[in-house]
Design a binder for this molecule. Structure first.
Ligand SMILES: [Zn+2]
Length: 464
């Protein structure tokens, strides 16, 4: 068989890997949106293969860089199903609908400026295309082998990362030999909030492994409750200040709300009001509540004891104009959790702008911020930042923590690979990492005695 890397190859978006069997059967693993550089429509509107020739799509998890181009694939001729876990199906519906809204807004903004090319659509897909994509989703449980045909089985393994995320083991019979190929998808780190630990796939011949933080070590080694409480205490208990936390809508927002709930139960949030403001975050929290059984033991036990994970008396979920007013006129110590994580767009931008000149405020960046984003510019320590073409002086404190990171660091990745019987592996392909980091991770693995490691570029194809 042949494996081709069509995305997340020396980059971190656009995950899309194609297995073509000797029989001609084609299996596509993930179909994500590219959103790194260049024109998003041009990057995503066509495929390097005929979508109608694909027999089956497997989806590792709901994040848009893994799922976001499925509607385009269907629009361009794919007529089959998309296999994923139940929580992934629920989350992906919210994320795809949000993706349409984002594309519409961008198209509107573009319409006022640069003229688009004549044959280019203004958006990749609309809500009707999303409806069709949702109809194609078929849910599978974890840890159960599923027979696709006489020559092909697949099994989903828990990957951690976000709710429902799966690593996928593909077992194929070719020339009377079984080949076992494992796709990690995105992995979570051990002992994360909410999600389970990633479960390595056994007895692999080939491993396609994510490497997002292949050249980084997480700096925060204390528990999330302790880390978050450091900031709560400094800003909201010892002084009547405000803590503003930008958080991704799926996973990060829920991990932070759960941690704040734990602090509340421990009596550490007395007199501190918590506001959460993110429509997609609210929808995603509902999915987390529905699929609580997929979470780790700590979360399930807490939910059973305290009748839920994400709601506590000090919390106000902003859903109406009057909720918004409650936040505007609140003068006591408070915490605001809002999306999006990189402070680009979403409600968070307004909260950051409103609090930049407040010296009693700390903006706590709790996730990765790509270069050029407002989150990244704040982390650079600039004395003023431009938001919507207007300069704003920065008097608020800017801090960051990696305690809620959704990916393993270099050592976590190495431990995962070691647990995958690395000596038996014929080849490891590293994906989902920027060139500099992924090359460094390859070298690190070699120093650890794991030498059969390749870093494919986009379009590379290998016989396996
Ligand atoms: Zn992901």
């Amino acid at each position: 068989m042949n494996i081709s890397f069509w995305g997340a190859a020396r980059q971190v978006t656009g995950s899309m890997h194609l297995l073509t069997f000797d029989s001609g059967y084609k299996l596509l693993i993930d179909c994500g949106l590219h959103y790194e550089r260049g024109d998003a429509i041009e990057l995503n509107d066509s495929f390097p293969f005929d979508p109608s020739s694909i027999d089956l799509v497997l989806l590792t998890h709901a994040h848009i860089d893994h799922s976001g181009n499925i509607p385009t694939l269907i629009k361009r001729g794919y007529s089959g199903q998309v296999l994923c876990t139940e929580p992934t199906a629920a989350l992906v519906e919210n994320l795809l609908r949000d993706s349409v809204n984002v594309q519409m807004a961008e198209s509107k903004a573009r319409g006022k400026g640069v003229k688009k090319k004549s044959n280019q659509p203004s958006v990749l897909y609309g809500q009707a295309n999303v409806n069709t994509a949702i109809d194609r989703l078929v849910c599978l449980p974890f840890n159960e082998k599923f027979k696709i045909n006489d020559y092909l089985n697949i099994t989903f393994y828990p990957a951690g990362h976000i709710l429902g995320a799966a690593s996928i083991l593909v077992e194929a019979i070719e020339d009377n030999t079984i080949k076992r190929i494992g796709f990690t998808g995105d992995l979570g780190k051990s002992n994360s909030k909410i999600v389970v630990n990633p479960q390595p796939m056994p007895n692999l011949d080939y491993l396609i492994c994510e490497s997002t933080y292949g050249n980084r070590l997480h700096s925060c080694t204390i528990a999330a409750e302790d880390e978050l409480y450091r900031y709560v205490k400094k800003n909201c208990i010892d002084s009547p200040g405000r803590l503003v936390i930008p958080a991704f809508s799926v996973g990060r927002t829920q991990a932070i709300l759960f941690t704040l709930n734990q602090l509340y139960v421990e009596g550490k949030l007395d007199g501190v009001k918590v506001f959460t403001d993110s429509p997609l975050g609210i929808a995603s929290t509902q999915v987390h509540e529905k699929y609580q059984m997929y979470m780790n033991d700590e979360s399930i036990e807490f939910a059973e004891t305290h009748n839920g994970l994400f709601d506590f008396p000090n919390l106000l979920v902003i859903q109406s104009e009057s909720d918004q007013k409650s936040l505007t006129y609140h003068t006591g110590p408070s915490i605001i959790v809002s999306s999006a994580g990189m402070v680009e767009g979403g409600r968070i931008q307004q909260h950051v702008r409103n609090n930049l000149q407040n010296p009693l405020c700390t903006i706590l960046i709790a996730g990765y911020c790509a270069e050029g984003t407002l989150g990244h510019r704040l982390l650079l320590g600039q004395s003023s930042v431009k938001i919507k073409n207007k300069e704003h002086a920065v008097y608020a404190r800017i801090a960051s923590t990696d305690v809620f990171s959704a990916h393993p660091d270099r050592d976590g990745l190495y431990q995962y690979i070691s647990a995958s019987d690395s000596n038996q592996l014929k080849q490891i392909f590293l994906v989902h990492g920027e060139s500099e980091g992924i090359d460094a991770f390859q070298k690190h693995l070699v120093t650890k005695g794991i030498s059969k490691v390749m870093v494919p570029s986009k379009g590379d194809s290998f016989l396996i």
